[in-house]
Structures are given as C-alpha cells and as structure tokens.
Design a protein around this ligand. Structure first.
Ligand SMILES: [Zn+2]
Length: 166
C-alpha cells in the first residue's frame, strides 16, 4: 500500500466473504494506521502511527469496537503521550471516546470490549503495565461517566468537544 497514490484497493474477508474496497487517499490525519502481523491481540500508539495487530482485527466484533481502539490509541498520539502513565490511560480513554463518537461510532462498545480484551490478553498494550494503567473497575467507572457525558451532549445538541484541559 503506497500512500502517495490517489487511491488503492483493500481486499479483506468479512463473514467469510471476500470483499474489495477502493479507498481514496485523502490526507486528513498525520497518524497513519498500520497493520502488524501478529498472533497477539494488541494495539499501540507510536510516533505518527497507530498500530493494530492482525489478531486484534480478528478479535474485534464490529466497527464500533475498532473505533474504541482507534480512538484510544489516536488519543495517545494527539495528546503527545510518550511513556505509559496511569493518568494518560484515563485521558486516552476519555478523549478516545470522543474520537469514536465524532467518527459516528457508538463509544459504549468500549464498556464490553475492554473487559473482553483483558480476559483474552491481560498483557495487551492497553493493559500492559499494572503501575501505569488504572485499576480495571476505576477505568470502567470513568469510561461509563464519559459515555454519559457524550450521550448528554448529543441529546442537548451540544458540540462533541472533550472537557479536556492541559
Ligand atoms: Zn493506552
């Protein structure tokens, strides 16, 4: 896949059926999605990259779950998180939920995705360090509050901007 082309085709399997989609290359995000061949259910943010493993792509049940992961990892990059710290995981969950909602996806899917992912792979990137990552119940409570905040803004017709301050 060369990003300097104006379009390219992606061939993939969905529900056992081979699909081909043409994708127009429209620069709009400097954080390129990258697919890594791996049996580990994992994703991580890197300098100008958001990396997803092939095992993660098989693990995800729908596009809303993918949006939860994309939002979380993209938030790490946008917020310029360089090392894993507990509060940065909370920020990535918070801002990432907004990214998912802004993309038209249901951020509530993160509530079921993260526990399922933790059960599948407790060493996954999102849960890699016990020191740096929020305890699971605290993370789920914060995420639920974020989803209620987003839902409230949608119901009131307010813009979907995170209440984020440096
Ligand atoms: Zn993270």
């Amino acid at each position: 896949m060369a990003l300097d082309k104006s379009s390219f085709e992606i061939e993939y399997l969905r529900g056992g059926s081979r699909q081909v989609t043409s994708v127009e290359h429209v620069p709009g995000c400097e954080h390129a999605p990258t697919l890594a061949l791996s049996d580990e259910v994992n994703a991580w943010a890197g300098r100008h990259r958001v990396v997803f493993t092939t095992a993660l792509m098989r693990f995800l049940r729908n596009d809303d779950e993918l949006a939860a992961v994309v939002g979380h990892e993209l938030a790490h990059n946008v917020l310029k998180h360089r090392w894993s710290q507990r509060r940065w995981e909370e920020e990535a969950d918070y801002v990432g939920s907004y990214f998912a909602a802004l993309g038209g996806y249901d951020p509530e899917h993160a509530i079921t995705l993260w526990p399922r992912m933790a059960r599948r792979n407790v060493d996954g990137a999102v849960f890699r360090s016990r020191q740096s990552h929020p305890t699971f119940p605290a993370r789920m409570i914060a995420l639920q509050e974020t989803i209620l905040e987003i839902r409230g803004k949608v119901e009131r017709g307010e813009s979907l901007a995170p209440e984020y301050q440096d």
